[in-house]
Each structure stands twice: as structure tokens, then as C-alpha cells.
Design a protein around this ligand. Sequence first.
Ligand SMILES: Nc1ncnc2c1ncn2[C@@H]1O[C@H](COP(=O)(O)OP(=O)(O)OP(=O)(O)O)[C@@H](O)[C@H]1O
Length: 587
Amino acid sequence: MKQKSWISIVFSFAAQCRLKIILSVLCAIISVIAGLVPYLSVYQIITQFIGGAPIMETVWMWCWIGLGAYALRFVFYGISTTLSHISAYTILENIRLSLAQRLMKAPLGTVLGESVGKLKNVLVDRVETIELPLAHMIPECISNLLLPIAVFIYLVCVDWRMALSMLITVPIAFVAYAMMMKNFNQQYADYMESNNYVNGVIVEYVEGIEVIKAFNQSSTSYEKFAHAVESFKDYTLKWYQSTWKLMNFGSAVLPSTFLGTLPVGLLLYYNGTLTPQDLVICLILSLGIVGPLMNFTTYVNEMKTVEYAVHDVDKLLSVSELPDEKTDVRLTHYDIHLQEVAFSYDQTQENNVLSHISLDIPEGKFTALVGPSGGGKSTIARLIARFWDVSDGSITIGGTDIRKIPLSQLADTVSFVTQDNFLFNCSIKENIRLGNPQASDEEVFAAAKAACCDEFILNLEHGYDTMAGDAGNRLSGGEKQRISIARMILKNSPIVILDEATAFTDQENEEKIQRSIAALTKGKTLLVIAHRLSTIKNADQIIVLKEGEVQASGTHQELLAENSLYRDMWNAHIGAKNWSAGSKEGR
Ligand SMILES: Nc1ncnc2c1ncn2[C@@H]1O[C@H](COP(=O)(O)OP(=O)(O)OP(=O)(O)O)[C@@H](O)[C@H]1O
């Protein structure tokens, strides 16, 4: 598929500010024209003096016209850049909103699969790099390009030979720049790759600092860090060294318009074919375009920065969406049924992590999923919550395929608590209230009590009003899990999935939470994934999963009698529990 041009991508976000962009460009053009008027004034004043009998009123008039136009140039330039900055920020806002919306509509698994560093890099840093060049490119690029063109046209009107002589340096500089830019695209791509690599290593170094210290890997990790930074420096220096001669040559030659206009002008003057005032104005104007020409060349690099950033944004915006339904369906039952479900994370059949899974999770009953690590338990839970769609087969809730249930309705229907418990940086009370934004304070406190977190929250400095960010570092994994369970209790949805939701909780609290959960989920469809088999032995149904296939199902007693895998897992669990109790007693 042909890649969209970055300009068309940027302008697709500029719908609301098209008028501002047009006005910004118009103001830039007026500013350029106003910028030429002082040259015209100088020309008229020189003409007056060279003529021998200057009329002072005319001289003053041109002085005022020149000054007025000079002031106008800055006023219109100011309006133009203000409008272009507003437009650039509007474009940035639209890009960020579209990215956030796309992330909400993309399969959750795909979003979670991206590294936080990469997402932050695109949403914050890459988008930010677009603003400054965009805000300046719209008016300045146009005026810096238009000014030399306007000067050229003006000079053609004054004397076409002088106009051509002004351009004498352009082909020489062009050849130098063309040689320098020969491999620019590839070199810029390599530069970005090298830049991304060094960013990745830095983020990894900072994020992994705990592990680095714990495993005494500081020197090895530091070496990797230092190597990445050094190789980035080497790469940029090498690139710079390969281009600086041509770049400096081009930058020295391009603005030297005098090289053409001075000898040609003097020659024409001595030949008597150029008046002295025309000579002066041609020399002044040819100097006047030096700055804009130089500015224009710097935009080539900035345009590349924007191009790369825009394509990074576009890549994230092209992540496929989960198909969503618009109208809520009427669900009268909440039993879950998996029919011949197959799933692969990379969409290839040979890497299926689940194959031919058919199982019933009855409404109002407690079902547990157990089995060796990597067997696919969490994958099943995530598929029921529709983090991804199944590769084959179907999942139904109350007889309705979950792909036919709008994602927001599914989110209301299913409470999913995992061991990764994210707390937002608001008060603990508000973190719990996320489960049900309409809940009263009393309901929040009751949910916290049921999840056994009331006691430790009250011990925090500001109790329920403690900011989770401040408390986050002081809360243990188990405490954070209990806050998530309080959220789930408050949400009160008909289907509850707990994926190792109490894994970090100590035994005493776990038993209390289990009792609460059992009481609060009475009549709900409850699916629990747990390694501590003692927590699920009272389940109405236990499903044993191994290597993506259902091995057996039944009650605890039935499985103990009939399934050797479950029996072995149970014996190992009891052994570990006794060992742990014994070692505690022995202390
Ligand atoms: N995001 C992912 N991308 C690719 N493969 C994955 C992903 N998540 C899990 N897997 C793979 O899918 C398989 C099943 O993983 P899953 O987490 O469902 O197992 P599990 O039974 O829940 O394991 P555990 O008890 O250790 O949590 C494993 O081989 C795992 O490596």
C-alpha cells in the first residue's frame, strides 16, 4: 500500500483551523510584500538625490512609507505566527485525541503489548516535535520562499540582467546541496533508528534499575547504556563529518549574491546601460534575500523531523480496531460458553496457544481454571473480556456472541481483576469509586471493608483521601490488589473474573477476602484463576487446562479421584503449604 504523504496526514487533522492557516499564509504574504516596500522607498529616495534636486516632501513621504511598511511587516508577521501557532496546537490536540481514541478502540491486548516507553514517546515526544516546525513552517517557509521570488520579479522589472546575475550562486550551491542530500533519506532513517535505540536503552536502564541493583548488574548495564550513548554520538559525528564540507560550501556560496550582482552591475554601469540608482537598488535587494534563502534551507531538516514524527503517529493510528456494535443487546442470562475456541497471539495457526476449547461456565456458579503455567488460563480470561477476538470458534454470554455485545456493555457486564493493579493518581476513595462513579462514600467504605482494605487505608496519613500516587510506593502488592477487589465489589457486575487477584495477599487476609468474595458474588457468574488450589477447592466446577487444551473438569473431590495432573498439583500445593507452615513454626 502506498504510504500517505505526511502533509496530507497533517492537514487531515487541520479541519477546524483551515481558515486560520489560510489567514496565516495571507498575513505572511502581506508581511513579505510590506518587507519589500522599504527597498522601494530607498530606491525612490536615492533617485531623488541622484537626480540632483531632491524634493524634500517626496523624500519624507518615502521615509514614512518605508517606516510604515516596515512596521506593517512585523504586525502581519506577528498575526501570521500567532495564527500558525494556534493552528499547530489545534493540529497537535487533534492528533493526540485521535491517538487516545484509537488506543481505546484497538484490541486492549495490542495496546498492553506495546511498551509504555514507546507509547509515551509517540503520544508526547514525537507529537511535540511537530509543533515548532509546523508553527513556523506555515508562515515562514512561505515568506522565505516568496520573498526571493518577489525580489527576483522586481529585479526583472528593474533590469533583467541584474535579476539573472543575482541567481549566479544558486546552481553552484544547488549542486553542493544535491551532493550532500544524495543519501539524506537513508541517513536520516538510520539517525532515527539510532536515536530510538538509545532512547530505548535509557528507558530500560531507568525502568530496570531495581533489578539491576538487586542482581548487582550495575557495571554490565551501565556498559550497555554507555555503549548506546557513545555509538549514537559516533553515528551523528560520522554523519556530520560526511556532510559538513559540502554544507559549509553551499551555505557560503548561496547567500553570496554579490558575487554575481557586483561585477555584472559595475560592468553594466560603466557601459552606461544601468543607472546608478538601479545599480544601488539591485545590490541592496540582492543582499535582502540572503537571510530568507538561508532560512529556507534549514526547513529541509525540520521538514524531515516532522515527516518522521507524522509517520510514527500514523503507524499508531493505523492499529486495527476491534469491531464494535452500536446498540446494546438485552442479556437475560450470564452463563459463558466457549465453543471450539482457538487463539494465537500472532494470528498464525501453528502458534495457537488455545485449540478446540469448549467449556461452560454456568450462571450463578463458581468456576475455577487451574493448570500448569503457560497453559492458557489468563488467555481464556482475557478473551472473555474481549482484549482480543478469538481466532476461531466463539464465546457467548447468555447465548449472545460477545462480538455482538457493544464493548462498553461488555465492560459493564464483566469485572476483571488481575494481579497487575493500577492505581490512578487520585485519592484512594476515588480509586475505589472508579468501580461505580455513582456510589456514595458509605458504599465505597463498605466495599473497602469487604475487600479487607479498610484497616490499612485508615492507617494512612489522610485515610481514604490519601493520594494513591503518594501512597502508591508505600502500598504492598497485596494492598493494591485489595483496593482493586474493592473496586470490583463496588462495580457489582453479573460476571466476575479474578485472575490471580489475591496472589500477593497473605494467607490470613486471603481467607477473609475469599469469604467476602464468596458472599458478594453469590448468584453471579464467578471465574477464578488461582495457583493456590486451597482457595478454589470449594468451586462448583474446576477446569484443568494444560497446553491450551481442557484436560478434565469436575469438583475438587471428583478431580482428586480421577485426574492425575490435578492430584499431583494438589499434593504439591499441600506439600508447599505444610512446608511453609512448618518453617514458620520452626522459626
Ligand atoms: N501477550 C502475549 N503475546 C504472545 N504470547 C503470549 C502473550 N501472553 C501470553 N502468551 C503466551 O501464551 C501462552 C499462554 O499464556 P497464559 O498467560 O494464558 O498462561 P497461564 O496458564 O495463565 O500461565 P500462568 O499460570 O503462568 O499465568 C504462553 O505460552 C505465553 O507465553
